[in-house]
Ligand binder design. Structure first.
Ligand SMILES: [Zn+2]
Length: 450
């Protein structure tokens, strides 16, 4: 047995010790024995919003591409601020709040060091993450309010009960140090070997579009295709000979959908792609938690935080096609929590629930507006989800790069409902041809096996 220490941020407190059984001949980790603290850290990956993961990936020493997510993130960075309904919309996408933050604050090892603020207005009416906002009820600025403490009384034992010793295999079965492990688990089936033994560069997730296409399974939990629900339409510019989407022209409703991917917790995305094969092993992690014996987890509420993660309050918008809900905040014993079981039996939940100001709309007088962007507006979206305000220059350069002549292109109008929205989410997570895989390969040639 070779014992390896996994440290992060050169911070001595931020260390968890692991015992790894190593096959020295093949330089391979067979399994790691770990306690609950490490497992909590791995489980917490599932609660992290995509925008935060991409942010960490950009800062990581082992850069990893997660499908088109970095393009979405960087498109948001490059957008002119006046395209957004409020300044806070940009923060919501680039540093989205984690709905399980109250729990993750108790992790022994923190890989995400951008804490969320919870500000209560001076008259106790509303909660806000952002200081620049005024309370919709009393009009005071949140910067004058109080910063609420979250329920961080139980350091350790965040999701997992007690101090079990558990075994983690190299492909993160059962479960599974930290940021590099998270990054490796997007692109490798053996992340522990790579982290503990090799210090290897992460392979890229690769271009699924060049090979057989991804087998996005259309089994989206019994959804029927409701034509009336398909309220987003966009124009695809398709190469007839290559059968690929060169770019699309879309309105703000479609780009809101794309940008909202950054706010989604990883566990939500993994739940939607249970039948999709890809290079990473995070699907194993998701399944392990799903199959995890209840007795090892603190409660069913904690399991739901991982396998059915929600958005933080204020992050959902009315017409979202993704079917994700928001959690609620309760103020109990001078602490903020999302766990209803912390509310005393004789207290109605509504009486301790804190309403959160919608950070998207506080500057926007257009009551019909949805999502993060001001409308009406038209955008150019490339196949790998680079998004710009309508740009003929970008469109020309894409055609040039793909060597597609004008005589080879045709326009297709397509409609997006719940099913297409989920296909697009999965396609943008696993590869870099999201539009082609969703609208040309994914829908016309759905794989029937499995
Ligand atoms: Zn107020």
């Amino acid at each position: 047995m070779a014992e390896k220490k996994a440290a992060l941020n050169e911070d001595l407190e931020n260390v968890i010790t692991l015992k790894a059984l190593v096959d020295m001949g093949n330089n391979k980790v067979i399994f790691v024995e770990s306690d609950g603290d490490f497992i909590d850290v791995i489980f917490s990956f599932l609660t992290m919003p995509m925008g935060r993961i991409v942010r960490l990936a950009c800062k990581s020493s082992v850069p990893v591409e997660i499908g088109c997510m970095r393009n979405l993130y960087q498109s948001t960075v490059k957008f002119n601020k006046n395209k957004f309904r409020s300044m806070e919309c940009i923060l919501m996408l680039l540093l989205p709040c984690n709905a399980a933050d109250c729990q993750c604050k108790n992790l022994k090892l923190k890989i995400d060091n951008d804490p969320t603020q919870y500000l209560l207005c001076a008259n106790d009416c509303f909660l806000s993450y952002y200081t620049r906002i005024r309370c919709p009820s009393c009009g005071c600025l949140f910067s004058r309010g109080t910063d609420l403490p979250v329920d961080d009384t139980q350091v350790g034992g965040v999701f997992v009960k007690g101090q079990p010793r558990l075994i983690i295999t190299d492909d993160l079965q059962v479960i599974s140090p930290a940021l590099n492990l998270l990054m490796h688990s997007f692109a490798s089936k053996t992340p522990l070997t790579e982290i503990l033994l090799k210090n290897e560069q992460i392979p890229s997730l690769g271009d699924v579009h060049s090979s057989q296409g991804i087998s996005i399974h259309s089994q989206m939990h019994g959804d029927t295709i409701d034509e009336e629900e398909k309220n987003i339409s966009l124009k695809l510019v398709v190469s007839k000979s290559k059968k690929i989407v060169c770019y699309a022209e879309a309105q703000e409703d479609f780009v809101n959908l794309l940008f909202s991917f950054l706010t989604l917790p990883l566990g939500f995305i993994l739940e939607k792609m249970q039948n999709v094969s890809w290079k990473g092993c995070l699907g194993q992690l998701y399944k392990s938690v799903e199959d995890f014996d209840e007795q090892y987890l603190k409660s069913n509420f904690h399991k739901e935080l991982l396998v059915n993660p929600m958005l933080a309050p204020g992050f959902r918008y009315e017409k979202t096609l993704l079917g994700i809900e928001e959690t609620s905040f309760y103020y109990v014993g001078r602490k903020l929590t999302t766990d209803k079981s912390c509310i005393p039996d004789n207290t109605p939940a509504e009486s301790v629930k804190l309403n959160v100001v919608d950070p998207k709309s506080h500057e926007d007088r257009d009551e019909s507006a949805q999502g993060f962007l001001k409308g009406p507006a038209t955008f150019t979206v490339t196949d790998n989800l680079v998004v710009r305000p309508l740009s003929l220059i970008l469109e020309m350069s894409v055609l040039q790069e793909l060597k597609v002549p004008f005589t080879d292109i045709e326009d297709h109008i397509v409609h997006v409902g719940k099913r297409e929205a989920l296909l697009l989410l999965v396609a943008s997570f696993v590869g870099d041809s999201a539009l082609t895989n969703t609208f040309i390969r994914g829908l016309r040639e759905p794989k029937q096996e499995q």
